[in-house]
Ligand binder design. Structure first.
Ligand SMILES: Cc1cc2nc3c(=O)[nH]c(=O)nc-3n(C[C@H](O)[C@H](O)[C@H](O)COP(=O)(O)OP(=O)(O)OC[C@H]3O[C@@H](n4cnc5c(N)ncnc54)[C@H](O)[C@@H]3O)c2cc1C
Length: 1111
């Protein structure tokens, strides 16, 4: 699919080859017809990008003012502001537009849905000019004088304004200076916006934008005229243009599609402040040295080349003062090191490599400790390998010599990884300029490498943890300290064999997996799948790092490989430097990818069983759809030392995999920027998305702010995501490093909310504290709050009671209980929604915490009452039980021994808690075991994997609703098996002992039948009746004596179907007490549990594997 820009170029070339184009602009009519077509065909860009981005921008402006004024430049017939949510439109008090097209201006005057304007909108029929007064299209003065606005908006109206930066500067003169200053917002086609040294405040991109147009002669004539911008005499048609459109567009359902990637850039009065920085820090003009060709298409505001740490500090302080972000250039291999309109900091001057022999470092008195190497982040991998190899040393590094610090800070998998771990695992210290401009020293930094002004931050351990896998996000790293190992030699053997079909591919990959599993750590086997001379091929590269004792021996697995790969093609013994050129993609595949002949785009997914048919079939099928001949998969062998490190010990949180599959889209250099290059990038993402649901995670290397990376970034840090989010929030509060691998900045509501209920003195607080401790030891953050504390404060204040004693002195609290209960009842009468409001406040205060444990809850059926108020969180109830004697022993008074809360008890109806916890025995062992076996499983990665198998369809079935289809799970490789095993594992009790499993067609039946087969329990089917919305069951299907009937359903939303099922089972004689329910996905916003309670099923235990906010 060609881009609109390619189409424009081709249309212009075509007309020039036929006749000289007319040198006059399009008529208003031509413009109107074309504009209408393009906006009609560009809906997704508006819905998914422009409107959400603009809403966010307006909302951020409204943080510092109560209303805004807008100047819109060239809005066309309808202002985009009309599509914003009503609460934002209401905040617009003043609106002016400059619209030179008479037809558009007329329509705009007739319809502008801005309900709160103080004066009627002012629409000048004039173009925006560079001088104070603009001119109307017919030459006369438009009578318009520049004023001051909060927001000046160019929504696709900068075409024809050249040079663009002058127009933006002009608009900036018109934005308000105070209170916080206004903003110029530009939406434009990506790669076409030239800001020439203006600094963007924020930018966002929408690379998947497209425009569609009906494939109809007349419509194409109008579309081509508008896109080319070339005027032809009225009534003339250039039929050759239709052919151009049809050749370049992708045809789908009688429409032609063209790629139209979009960008949004915002500018504030700080946009012109670059000279303040260039006066202090050297500037580099060498962007051509940046390795990544896509990054070179991003025109940065400037590239600074600091030569001392002070310069780096000046860059950060300048960015903070002017509320902008920075990108960092290490080896320049990623697409993120340069970003349009953003200042880049090129670290190439920090290129020192210093070896610190063991014993020289004052912190290591141990003579056997390994030597350290201190490496400036301007160094390239090849320089480091070469220099330290000369001293007999090595650091496990990646495989390309020109790659820089981005690699070491984000993991890096090389040939020593199975033996010594990732490059980031070898980091022991670093010197960093923090995003607040401080020089900080982290971990072990030898004295000679420590800058005089460096300080150790309070959260030093946390910083070191973060550097080892997500190190591009928390500061500008000046140097990194690695521990070293002895420099090895490498024996490399390469095999290449054809893969005739899926069957042969499955066979060879499963054999390879078997061999790989048996290998010792000093041997690895990488695999390549590529297409060469009309054949799909499997390449295998065995790398052996012999220890001094077995230098001459051949790996015993060599023979196993030869059995199915034949004799090896090449075999070499090389050192660390020679190894770079021995890689199969450099030396064997397609005649080698070196020498600057090709460009590539990669994303990487971690896989466990490369021999499983699900994975092999995706890879083989994807090779069949590769858009250019040299695209390939490189499967890097993992396991070994990579898995020795716990996934929470460093930020590189995905460790349980055997192969890292690097999906590589390759095209020739001449095709840079063409649709072939675009197609290769799209292919990489498509394969990554196909593999993601059956993967062990994604590699964070080179992920950036593009929305296409979001799903991968979400899987990149394993269980470390929320801890990282908190650190990012606190250590980079101004988002100075906004374009590194995305870490969520909006910290989510608690993942799990545990409502701890139980009788007075059963030990709720104490149990909750112990569970919180278990979460924390598993690296999750947890907070215990008492819901009754607020009431107690109010009571203490009103009645003059002693709050400290109310909290800590049990007999004192028991004495006050009746009065406290009365106080609470009064509170409830005055503010009937007090409990709900209070619960919501507790949840809001716990943003960023993984688990919120709420004790002191007085309400019965609290999950029913509160779960819809925190729809993005899983809300469960754990009831703590202790015998009467034990509770009396713990201080419960005789009068209140039946009380379930600190304040009072009110039993509204029978309700079944999610879990019961028996807290009879003193000591914490039982609580710890309970947390490990019942609560921790909610954080198991398999649940996250299951959740990732459900696609989100935005705005379906109606705008504003994000639809999730549970049946997506069964359509994913391994989805049904995973889901049924989770249903069995999460069911509270032994599902295999149930009398039967019951399910209603259609959704529930899919999961129930697989589960019934798995646990060997009879399945009973409730059918949809032929007519109407009734359901039916064979009246003899379930015996009345059934003591355990498990109802399995796909979703719990409104609860209507589930209620019907339960009612029908009751009608067939099943006792309510015998029933329990487990669903795959619950959507608490719809309050299904409330309906169940109203229908008398409050006592039925209902469990859900996944919980989602929204529909
Ligand atoms: C999917 C994938 C897998 C890869 N796997 C491997 C592999 O196994 N082996 C291998 O050799 N190569 C691999 N690469 C290539 C390469 O390692 C990465 O592209 C790497 O991130 C490039 O680092 P760089 O410094 O050269 O690039 P840059 O573009 O300069 O930097 C990359 C990122 O690091 C940040 N950064 C750079 N320097 C600093 C600093 N001093 N302080 C803070 N942040 C900084 C940048 O801001 C940028 O976000 C892979 C690439 C991809 C996309």
């Amino acid at each position: 699919m060609a881009t609109l820009d390619c189409l424009k170029k081709a249309l212009k070339q075509k007309i020039e080859s036929i006749a000289p184009p007319l040198k006059k602009p399009l008529t208003d009519l031509q413009y109107d017809a074309g504009f209408d077509l393009v906006t009609q065909g560009n809906r997704t860009s508006y819905q998914d990008f422009i409107i959400p981005q603009l809403s966010q921008t307006l909302a951020s402006l409204l943080e510092t003012r109560t209303d805004v004024s807008v100047l819109e430049i060239g809005p066309g017939p309808k202002s985009v502001l009309g599509y914003l949510p009503e609460q934002l439109r209401q905040k617009i008090r003043k609106y002016t537009a400059l619209e030179p097209n008479d037809i558009f201006a007329e329509r705009l005057e007739a319809y502008l849905p801005l309900p709160s304007l103080e004066h009627p909108p002012v629409i000048h029929r004039a173009a925006f000019g560079l001088k104070d007064e603009t001119h109307s299209p017919c030459g006369g003065r438009a009578g318009w004088k520049a004023e001051q606005w909060d927001l000046v908006l160019f929504c696709h109206s900068m075409y024809g304004m050249k040079p663009q930066h002058k127009y933006i500067e002009r608009a900036l003169e018109m934005v308000r200076d105070s209170p916080e200053g206004g903003m110029v917002v530009v939406f434009h086609r990506q790669n076409n916006l030239r800001t020439d040294g203006l600094v963007c405040n924020t930018t966002a991109s929408f690379p998947t934008g497209s425009v569609s147009v009906p494939d109809d002669d007349k419509i194409l004539d109008c579309f081509a005229t508008f896109i080319s911008g070339v005027s032809v005499p009225e009534g003339t048609t250039v039929s050759a243009w239709r052919e151009v459109c049809r050749t370049l567009g992708r045809r789908e359902e009688a429409h032609l599609f063209f790629a139209a990637p979009e960008v949004m850039a915002t500018f504030t009065r700080h946009a012109t402040k670059l000279p303040e920085l260039t006066a202090q820090v050297p500037v580099s003009n060498e962007t051509s040295k940046i390795k990544n060709r896509q990054a070179r298409l991003h025109e940065p505001a400037a590239v600074m080349r600091p030569t001392e740490i002070l310069h780096v500090q000046q860059c950060v302080l300048w960015a903070l003062e002017h509320k902008t972000s920075l990108t960092i250039v290490g080896g320049g291999h990623s697409g993120q090191c340069l970003w349009p309109g953003v200042v880049a900091v090129d670290m190439s001057a920090f290129d020192q490599i210093q070896i610190v022999a063991s014993g020289e470092d004052e912190e290591t008195s141990d003579a056997h400790a390994s030597a350290l190497v201190v490496v400036g982040t301007g160094c390239k991998t090849g320089d480091i390998v070469e220099k330290i190899m000369a001293a007999g040393l090595a650091v496990p590094m990646g495989s390309r010599p020109s790659v820089g610090a981005g690699l070491w800070l984000q993991g890096s998998i090389g040939h020593l990884a199975r033996l010594h771990g990732l490059t980031s695992d070898s980091i022991v210290g670093a010197v960093v300029v923090s995003t607040l401009g401080e020089i900080i020293c982290i971990g072990r930094v030898p004295e000679q490498a420590r800058p005089a002004a460096a300080v150790h931050p309070d959260n030093e351990d946390e910083f070191l943890w973060a550097l080892k896998g997500a190190g591009t996000n928390f500061g500008i790293v000046i140097s990194v300290v690695f521990r070293t190992v002895a420099a090895p030699t490498y024996t490399i053997r390469n095999w290449v064999a054809p893969l005739q079909d899926f069957v042969e591919a499955r066979d060879k990959f499963s054999k390879l997996e078997l061999v790989a599993k048996k290998l010792q750590r000093h041997v690895s086997v990488d695999a390549y799948m590529f297409w060469d001379t009309d054949n799909l091929r499997l390449g295998v590269s065995m790398c052996e790092v012999p220890t001094p004792h077995d230098r001459e021996t051949l790996s015993p697995d060599y023979a196993d490989l030869c059995k199915f790969m034949g004799q090896e093609e090449t075999s070499k013994v090389v050192n660390g430097v020679e190894l770079f050129d021995t890689e199969m993609y450099m030396s064997v595949m397609h005649g080698g990818h070196g020498g600057g002949k090709t460009s590539a785009f990669k994303r990487c997914i971690f896989l466990k069983h490369i021999g499983s048919p699900g994975i092999v079939d995706i890879l083989v099928a994807a090779m069949g759809t590769r858009p250019s001949p040299k695209c390939y998969f490189h499967l890097l062998h993992g396991g070994g030392a990579i898995g020795d490190v716990a996934d929470v010990s460093t930020t590189f949180g995905c460790r349980d995999w055997e192969y890292a599959c690097v999906i590589t889209g390759v095209w020739s250099r001449e095709q840079d920027g063409t649709e072939i290059a675009d197609a290769a990038v799209q292919w990489v993402y498509k394969v990554a998305m196909d593999l993601l649901p059956i993967s062990q995670g994604a590699y964070c290397a080179d992920l950036g702010p593009s929305p296409r990376d979001a799903a991968l970034a979400a899987e990149a840090f394993g269980p470390n995501k929320s801890r990282l989010a908190r650190l990012k929030h606190s250590s980079d509060p101004e988002n100075v490093l906004a374009y590194a691998c995305p870490i969520p900045r909006t910290i989510a509501a608690p993942n799990l909310i545990v409502l701890v209920t139980g009788e007075s003195c059963a030990g709720k607080d104490c149990s909750a504290e112990r569970w919180a401790h278990t979460f924390c030891t598993n690296n999750l953050s947890a907070r215990v709050v008492s819901v009754s504390e607020r009431t107690k404060w109010g009571y203490a204040e009103a009645e003059g009671a002693d709050m400290t004693r109310l909290l800590q002195d049990r007999p004192y609290k028991e004495r006050h209980r009746p009065a406290l209960t009365k106080y609470y009842r009064n509170q409830l009468q005055q503010t009937p929604h007090f409990p709900e409001e209070h619960f919501q406040q507790l949840v809001a205060d716990a943003i960023g915490i993984d688990v919120l444990l709420v004790t002191g809850m007085r309400d019965n059926a609290p999950v029913v009452l509160f779960s819809h108020l925190a729809p993005g969180s899983r809300v469960i109830e754990v009831r703590v039980l202790a015998s009467r004697e034990v509770r009396l022993d713990r201080g419960a008074s005789h009068a209140t021994h039946g009380s379930t809360s600190d304040v009072d008890v009110e039993r509204e109806s029978a309700a079944c808690p999610t879990f019961l916890f028996s807290n009879e025995v003193p000591g914490g062992e039982a609580a710890n075991t309970f947390a490990t076996t019942h609560l921790m499983p909610f954080f198991h990665e398999d649940l996250q994997r299951l959740a990732s198998m459900m696609r989100t369809v935005p705005n379906f079935p109606s705008p504003g609703i994000d639809f999730r289809d549970v049946l997506d799970i069964v359509q994913q490789p391994d989805g049904l098996r995973l889901c049924t095993s989770l249903l069995q594992a999460h069911f509270a009790g032994d599902i295999a002992k149930a009398d039967c499993i019951a399910a209603c067609e259609v959704g529930g039946l899919v999961f129930a039948s697989a589960l019934a087969q798995q646990v060997d329990v009879p399945l009973k089917v409730l059918r949809k009746a032929f007519e109407g919305s009734r359901i039916e069951i064979d009246k003899f299907a379930i015996t009345e004596r059934a003591t355990s009937v498990v109802i399995v359903d796909d979703t719990l939303a409104t609860g209507t179907t589930l209620c019907a099922v339960l009612n029908l089972l009751v009608d067939s004689g099943v006792d309510v007490k015998a029933m329990s329910v487990i669903v795959v996905a619950e959507f608490p916003a719809h309050r299904g549990r409330e309906l169940l309670r109203q229908e008398g099923f409050g006592g039925v235990r209902v469990q859900s594997l996944l919980v989602f906010g929204g529909a």
